[in-house]
Design a protein around this ligand. Structure first.
Ligand SMILES: C[S@@+](CC[C@H](N)C(=O)[O-])C[C@H]1O[C@@H](n2cnc3c(N)ncnc32)[C@H](O)[C@@H]1O
Length: 246
């Protein structure tokens, strides 16, 4: 999980509790009440909603948000690449959703999807997006990421992804990316931004995104030989890679 870092001059979040849960212990609903107690002062302003979340993290309890530094890097990437459709995997309380949906909308984006497995976290995220004035631009989808990607695709709501922000469950980084490739959602120019791949690290994901098409084809064959073919996933993906490369 990421730590919410603080650049010099800013107050750091509370320390992550080492011997206790540092999330899902009621703090997310406490945060919701804390921010909504200031709703008149922050309504319609993404930066004020984010500042209120930061205040809670600094004064009350640690929150596993993307943090200021990494948030700034991804926001700059959004400004530069101007994704029309952006998908986030892992919302938690919606800090990155408010920050990146605001950046994407300002860069001319059309839609932001935030996929979150936990229903309470998804509800908090939805409430903060509404409060920030981003409710009609950014949609939260409750459920496991793979199921939600498939469901959005099947409903025709998701036909392409211009930027994918991965910040959920490490082993799913690679499988969800492969799923998006298989569904034809990833295209030349799609930007992938993944948190925590250096520290604590995600070697399988890095190896996959850094591999050549030839290496990917070989890995698919090896996976199949090892019996790791989920419902014909390997065959279908192999076909899509072949079509892509002629
Ligand atoms: C590190 S937090 C996300 C932080 C958020 N992106 C931010 O920076 O504000 C990871 C979140 O991913 C969610 N999650 C974990 N596995 C998931 C999955 N398979 N599908 C969807 N969400 C998942 C967790 O419930 C948790 O809320």
């Amino acid at each position: 999980m990421p730590s919410a870092d603080a650049p010099s001059g800013q107050t750091a979040y509370q320390q992550k509790e080492l011997n206790a849960s540092f999330f899902d212990d009621g703090r997310e609903l406490a945060l919701l009440h804390y921010v909504y107690s200031q709703s008149d002062a922050v309504r319609g302003s993404p930066s004020k909603v984010l500042a209120a979340i930061d205040n809670f993290g600094q004064q009350q309890k640690y929150l596993m948000n993307v943090g200021t530094e990494k948030g700034r890097i991804v926001s700059q990437l959004i400004e530069q690449t101007k994704p029309k459709v952006m998908v986030e995997l892992g919302a938690y309380v919606g800090y990155s959703a408010v920050l990146f949906a605001d950046a994407a909308r300002r860069a001319g984006g059309e839609r932001y999807y935030s996929l979150e497995r936990d229903a309470t976290f998804a509800a908090v995220t939805t409430a903060f997006l509404e409060l920030a004035g981003l409710g009609s631009f950014a949609k939260v989808v409750v459920g496991g990421s793979a199921e939600s990607i498939k469901s959005l695709f099947d409903q025709g709501k998701l036909t392409t992804i211009d930027m994918l922000f991965l910040d959920h469950y490490k082993p799913a980084y690679t499988t969800d990316l492969k799923l998006c490739e298989e569904l034809g959602l990833i295209h030349p120019g799609t930007v992938l931004a993944a948190d925590n791949v250096i520290s604590p690290g995600n070697p399988p994901y890095l190896a996959y995104v850094r591999s050549t098409t030839e290496q990917k084809k070989k890995a698919l064959i090896d996976d199949k030989a090892a019996g790791d073919d989920r419902d014909g996933f390997v065959d279908r993906t192999k076909k899509s890679v072949s079509e892509e490369t002629g």
